[in-house]
Design a binder for this molecule. Structure first.
Ligand SMILES: [Zn+2]
Ligand SMILES: [Zn+2]
Length: 284
């Protein structure tokens, strides 16, 4: 049984002013140290946007990446996968990578013209560097009480994916980012912790999906990117209201959540909501 879980934010858009040894970068990486009594598991969710920042911050935070047991990738965007080749070099052996098969589909954005925003490496390059790619569409158990959500069911009508493009079966089309997923962790006596990458599927969709697949209704913590930076007022209001109803004890928005959304969530949730920064450690 999971006895203790310690999260360390390795890469995030902001870093503490007081500790200049940690770099800020648009991206996300969270290290999870899971204590099972006799055994410990070390898991990495996402790898930031580039090896330099990922490895610099891991060193500054005294995280030994050679000890990693599993790497989970929340989706294929570069700001979550970009540091992977550096991490694999540090691991120095074969290591399982849990991700949706579509992380390697073309990932495109108009900002203001066509840009590639997918992983800065191919599947073959990752495999040559030691990656054992576990392509999972649905949920996958990583450890007792810890699972990936797999594809997230999109049920909330206010949570829409916009502005991303891909090419599918020879057709240029809007990317719904089917690869987007999160971690769902049961914390004994407290409830469910949901750790997201970008939550492109919608943060409320992601939480409710995690509740369904784990069977745990009690929501304890929501941590990660909520992708609300470009969201309109309606969506911000609906998200804040839905989150208030879900009643989590701890909400730590970061990365692509956006300042406006963080303020709105703080209004709705008070002191339970605190923004995330690189170097933060969270005990669950
Ligand atoms: Zn993304
Ligand atoms: Zn992102």
């Amino acid at each position: 049984m999971l006895q203790e879980l310690r999260l360390t934010v390795v890469v995030e858009n902001s870093a503490p002013f007081a500790n200049s040894s940690i770099w800020a970068q648009h991206g996300l990486s969270i290290f999870l140290d899971l204590d099972y009594g006799r055994e410990r598991m070390k898991l990495l969710l996402d790898t930031g946007a580039c090896p330099e920042v990922m490895l610099h911050n891991a060193d500054a935070l005294h995280i030994d990446l050679s000890q990693l047991d599993v790497i989970c990738l929340s989706h294929g965007h570069y700001d979550h996968t970009g540091g992977l080749m550096g991490v694999l070099e540090r691991v120095g052996r074969r290591v399982c990578i849990l991700a949706h098969p579509e992380i390697f589909a073309p990932k495109l954005k108009m900002q203001p013209f066509l840009k590639f925003i997918g992983p800065p490496f191919s599947r073959r390059e990752a495999e040559a560097a030691g990656a054992v790619m576990l392509d999972c569409l649905g949920p996958a158990a990583v450890a007792p009480d810890v699972m990936t959500t797999g594809e997230v069911a999109r049920r909330e009508d206010f949570e829409k994916v916009e502005g991303f493009w891909t090419v599918k079966e020879g057709r240029y089309s809007e990317d719904s980012i089917p690869d987007d997923q999160a971690l769902a962790i049961k914390i004994e006596g407290k409830g469910l912790a949901v750790i997201t990458g970008c939550a492109h599927a919608g943060i409320i969709n992601t939480i409710k999906h995690a509740q369904r697949i784990t069977g745990v209704q009690e929501l304890y913590a929501v941590i990660g990117g909520f992708h609300l930076s470009g969201a309109g007022e309606k969506r911000l209001d609906a998200t804040a209201e839905a989150l208030r109803k879900l009643d989590p004890a701890m909400v730590r928005p970061g990365h692509c959540t956006g300042q406006r959304a963080v303020c709105r969530l703080q209004e709705a949730l008070g002191e339970r909501c605190l923004p995330l920064a690189a170097g933060d450690t969270i005990q669950l």
